[in-house]
Design a protein around this ligand. Sequence first.
Ligand SMILES: Cc1ncc(C[n+]2csc(CCOP(=O)(O)OP(=O)(O)O)c2C)c(N)n1
Ligand SMILES: [Mg+2]
Length: 907
Amino acid sequence: MAQTPVISEPQPAAAAASRNNDGLEVLETREWLDSLDYVLAKGGPERAGRLLQQLQLHARRAAGINLPFTATTPYQNTIPARHQAPFPGSQEMERRIKSLVRWNAMAMVVRANRVESGIGGHISTYASAATLYEVAFNHFLRARTETGDRDVVYFQGHAAPGMYSRAFLEGRLPKAKLENFRRELKPGGGLSSYPHPWLMPDFWEFPTVSMGLGPIQSIYQARFIKYLENRGLKTSTGGKVWAFLGDGEMDEPESLGSITLASREKLDNLIWVINCNLQRLDGPVRGNGKIIQELEAIFRGAGWNVIKVIWGSDWDSLIQNDRDGLLVRRLGEITDGQYQKFLVESGAYFRQNLFGTDPRLLRMVEHLSDEQLSRMRLGGHDPIKVHAAYKSAFEHTGSPTVILAKTIKGYGLGEAGEGKNITHQQKKLNEDELRMFRSRFGIPIADEELHEAPFYRPADDSAEIQYMLDRRKQLGGFMPERKVRSKPIQPVSESHFEEFYKGTEGREASTTMVFVRLLAKLLRDPEIGKLIVPIIPDEARTFGMEALFRQVGIYSNVGQLYEPVDMDTLLYYKEAKDGQILEEGITEAGSISSFIAAGTAYSHHGINTIPFFIYYSMFGFQRIGDLIWAAADMRVRGFLLGGTAGRTTLAGEGLQHQDGHSHVLALSVPNLLAYDPAFAYEIAIIIQDGIKRMYVDQESIFYYLTLGNEPLPMPHMPEGAGVRDGILKGMYLFKPSEKRDLKLRAQLFGSGSIMFEVLKAQEILESKYGVAADVWSVTSYKQLYRDGNDCERWNMLHSGENPRVPFVTQQLKGTQGVLVAASDYMKVLPESIAKWMPRPLVALGTDGFGRSEGRSSLRDFFEVDAKHIVLATLHALAREKQIEAKVVEQAVKDLGINPEKANPAVS
Ligand SMILES: Cc1ncc(C[n+]2csc(CCOP(=O)(O)OP(=O)(O)O)c2C)c(N)n1
Ligand SMILES: [Mg+2]
């Protein structure tokens, strides 16, 4: 269906007429309406639409009449009954199947909470959405199209019981699993509360239950599919992205924050189904307003195709006979809170309060009994209306579609919660309530068995099961289903990385520059070059990546429709339909959604795209941590690059930008490897190994690397067998002291750019204080922490056996002297591995708020510069009674340290 043109919406003509019931105006209005009806009948709706537009233009030109802009249409279905596509299936059979799904979904939650009170689960959400899902499952969601494509579906997280129940009926999940809903640790396993690919990797594809993450991800997924198609990595075969969402969920900034991207990019492969049950967890979504109208305005304004499914077929004749628009106007006046009240009240209350405001309205429903009135179905519970909306959305081209379907939360629960504010939390049904539910949906369970809320599945050869299976067969298979659809890639040529082992021979380069150079090389690789997806939220110039604009182009679905202002320069801003860079603009949430789409394409599309998402490190874990958590759950693959990293390495930017804790936050993501490399060769080795582990060996891991912008001389990689292994495992000896004969000894640990301060400290200690210090590069505290814990745990569980020794302990075996660590991150990072070190550790770090300052002042302020490393070492030696306290006192003076300076951790 063509999108309704966004023009000023006229007031329903009858509204004006009704204000002057007996005047000329009534007659005049009637004549105009009749004329319009005539044009409609003869020329069709498009002709009538054009005429209305012409009238409006004429009124504006001739008399300056400016109709106010109204973003909403009347409170009725977008698709009138006469334009509805016919329902293709057996309505009766689908109703029976839906009842079975409803029953088992409810039973699953009720049973789980009987076994273990408080285990949770949701009944009312799926109860309200059952028709929305069943029509989709029976007629639209394609696991495989004839051309080998597929639809990608985001299921509303807490509607999961409905999906499990369906899979049970389909014979895909055994009863035992349903018994163990929310009890995954039981023998034989169970079912996870919500969609988690990490926990059910053959079933769920998208973790959606953190509200807002499904909506934004679905937009970027649909865009990424177009990107793959425009770049020739995937053939265009018309797969759709469906997202089933909640109306309350729309309050999340992530839900609505990217909807204009979807229309700008003309994502007609995207269909959102928003279940407008008018309720969220605590109560109404918009008690005093109307969520459907509010969302319609927002989406129409953003250029989406909006299809409202408000009233079921029971309302058709009333609305058709509402010639003067009286009823629709009345329906539009009522608040959502009041609608909710109508639901739980009797038919008489409904008649009196909805229709009773006008005798003409009362006349419209006088042929209906109170009982009939109270049963008038809403659009979202009517398969015919839902099917018509889906079909229209499916066929729509040129923009994304949102379907706003009005439903009742807890539909079918009756007294147990239908439409009530408590319904979201309802997890237990008593026997009477179960009986009522059973009878309402006609489930063949005897009264005496009811108290157990048994699961019910008809025989395999029953008409219901056969119908379900046949429908899914026609649509290419079961859904949801997750699998790895790609084949491993071939190992990447060593030659790309070799240059970095040699260092920069005295020239200065930042680790960001090193990374960009490596990325440019990988992009030229004949095998993996095309698979790389560079993602940047408007910071390419900050990271020195503008050379890539020209090399691989910036993706744009329309190419470049203008002559770029810098066309005559070498590195001009080149946009192209097959451009490779995703230049996302200022949206880390959008960028990580692209990262997730690209990093999971190995599963969803069978394409091994390798995303490199580079951003200001401060705006990563801190800002979009929940999306990174979802990425981890989804078994994403790829590289997150925290640029301009380091609390004291990013100069000038101050408190909001200087990141000294992303590595601490990275500790929390179980399948993420986090590195704070200091040198070019470390970066090369980590990325090389990462590509191998993720794309050749197919491990479910991803990477975080921090990159600094401080130009520094990159050294040659030291010789020695353990270096490569040490880099990957988290530490290796970078520069042992050459003064072996000195009595005083120290082991210094450096990371990232602070490594260069450590190297300076090494020199000072040797030359001024007679301390021979060995310098270690610690590339990853997280790796060492993980390994230490793993060993300790194993030892605890296997006390009789040879204990395992943590890598950090192995590395430091036989070393001498005090231990001092310094990094541009919080002290807790080195401290996290201190217990596996042979002697006490002194940790220096950047706890506290950043400051707008230059690097050397920042390092002095945070006490991570060479002089503080020297002081910490001397202090440790004095503590060990290897030197006298007065040596340290003197050093404080000589080094120019003010002992009374402000404490950076709290100032
Ligand atoms: C980010 C986030 N905040 C809070 C919650 C807790 N929560 C789960 S369901 C829910 C209400 C959902 O309402 P709605 O989106 O309207 O869904 P419905 O169940 O009504 O279909 C809330 C607040 C969550 N899952 N995610
Ligand atoms: Mg809701």
